[in-house]
Design a binder for this molecule. Structure first.
Ligand code: ADP
Length: 244
């Protein structure tokens, strides 16, 4: 894939880097969004969720949104080219200078290779002691639990809070505890679409496990346990993240 013509932020990435890029890997429903928010808040770095950015583009009716919407509704992946361009634009923003957490990206080996090249080419996370390596955290959750999480998921369209009708229901049926807005089910959380997403995850995203473990960047975390313990494990992986 061609390198993207984006502004160079090398200078702002030098010297002041805190944590480098954190990549969250996991099936749909593994808890990437929940953990990404906690990590983002703790380290003061932005959460870059490609799914959220794509949904926002659909809401705004952009060209990207138009290209992505039917694919997403079917549970298929958006093309690597479109997603990489979108990520290139997002990570060029100054708020990514001290680190970033990537949630839902990369999702194919092609995207991972692009990301490696992009971070190197634009001198992301270079410090006087070398370049910070990405920290990759894989959240592992078994298939039936993923199904339960996804079919039960409800989201508040106003504040983004996520509930689950089986495990973490709102106080009053169908409305957000925070702002009383009616909760919605994501279009791709219908059962037949969920099966497609999980199938695509296995075929297209799971190969990233060997891609990153081959580079000794991968930490595997049991995503079925207590959310606070999962966060603690993720923090540990980030703190011990190595340098090139
Ligand atoms: P989930 O991981 O729970 O399926 P996301 O919100 O991360 O949900 O993504 C929703 C959809 O957006 C995906 O099914 C896919 O169609 C699209 N998408 C998100 N990230 C990527 C990506 N990196 N590459 C291709 N498509 C993506």
């Amino acid at each position: 894939m061609e390198a993207q013509a984006i502004p160079l932020f090398a200078a702002s990435h030098s010297g002041t880097t805190t944590v480098g890029p954190v990549i969250l890997l996991g099936a749909p429903g593994a808890g990437k969004g929940t953990q990404a928010k906690r990590i983002a808040e703790y380290y003061g770095i932005p959460q870059i969720s490609t799914g959220d950015i794509l949904r926002e583009n659909i809401r705004l009716g952009t060209e990207l949104g138009k290209a992505a919407s039917s694919l997403m509704e079917r549970g298929e992946l958006v093309s690597d080219d479109l997603v990489c361009q979108m990520v290139a634009r997002r990570v060029a923003a100054p708020d990514c200078a001290l680190g970033m957490i990537l949630d839902g990206f990369p999702r194919t080996v092609n995207q991972a290779e692009w990301l490696d090249k992009h971070l190197a080419e634009y001198h992301f996370f270079e410090t006087e002691r070398g370049r910070k390596r990405p920290v990759v955290v894989q959240l592992v959750v078994e298939y039936n639990q993923l199904l339960r999480r996804l079919t039960g998921r409800r989201t508040c369209p106003a504040c983004g809070r996520i509930y689950n009708v089986f495990t973490t229901p709102p106080n009053a049926d169908g409305v957000c505890d925070v702002d009383g807005v009616t909760l919605v089910t994501r279009k791709d959380d219908r059962e037949e679409v969920i099966a497609e997403r999980l199938k695509n995850y296995e075929a297209q995203t799971l190969p990233l496990v060997s891609y990153y473990s081959g580079q000794k960047l991968l930490t595997v975390v049991d995503g079925a346990g207590d959310p606070d313990e999962i966060t603690a494990e993720a923090f540990k992986a980030i703190e011990h993240g190595d340098r090139l």
